[in-house]
Design a protein around this ligand. Sequence first.
Ligand SMILES: [Fe+2]
Ligand SMILES: [Fe+2]
Length: 362
Amino acid sequence: MTTGQIQSGSIEELAQTVSDAEKRETVHAALSAGDAVFTWDYDKGQRAALNKLYEKAKGAMWNAETDIDWSIGGQIDMARDPGNPFAILGATDEGPFGKLNDEERATMGHAGLAWTLSQFMHGEQGALICTAKIVESVPWIDAKYYAATQVMDEARHVEVFSKYLTDKVEWQFPINIHLRSLLDDVLADARWDMTYLGMQIMIEGLALAAFGFQYQMSPDPLLKQITRYVMADEARHVAFGVLSLQEAYRDMDEHEIRERQEFCYEAALRMRDRFLQQEVWETLGMPVRECTEIMLRNPIQLEFRKVLFSKIVPNLKKLGLLDAGGGWLRRKFGELGVLEYEDWEDTGAEYERMQLDQPLPA
Ligand SMILES: [Fe+2]
Ligand SMILES: [Fe+2]
């Protein structure tokens, strides 16, 4: 079976966007289930790896207003340039895409950048809220301490993307409905490890790969700088998930583990084929269903979306979720064609190299 044949819903479902009424709303309420848990065991450093991460995080705080040089870059012109690497990535002449004139193509480049960074911004707010929930729900003091630093990190990430979008892109998109429903589902689960699994492992794992891509390809020195700062934090966040869940999953029975495996598979499918720039086509008056179908099958897009799993697969392997229960998830990921990443370095080991005091990654 090839990667293109399994898909997380009908084309109609995939082509959906938030309604016009929802676009006008300034708040969205999601049900957050589960207990807020106190611990009376204040013994710091019981979980040495988490404690180390916490100490690192305290010294790694940066300031989006003063550490970033906002006078450089900004890229509406670059985004409108057909030679922009990101424009080339999504370029196709199929169907409605072939009918665009130069001006419309340039607008699509601008909108595509605004869409991507808008989804990063919305996803960052998802991380802010999920991690605040982890502060409440995780039973270990070292994890509560660390999660508190992540809440601050995520606030900065929302802030920095919002500022860049407002000042430098001058265009902002509403949240992709599928990203919103994934965040809603993660929050609605009462089990504390599921917030971690959904956010730190799946969503942040995907984001870490996407940021790496953006860091390498962006022609804008300002966006490169921002991405570098955000990535250093994200690497710690994903490591936080790996280091915490390793302990949580050590003693789980097969049934509980299977539930986690199924969740990972569903989330992977949803993230792979539902974040397609549907809102861009809608805004530009293009037929969203047809564009969705084309982009879903586009070979360059398929390859790109596969690379987004390069952080998730090794981390799930490290957690034992790839091979537990007779290798159920290994089989499923094999069908998705993403097992080639299984032996890549996991983020629990890799994050230290990605910190700001280390040389820039290649
Ligand atoms: Fe973040
Ligand atoms: Fe994060």
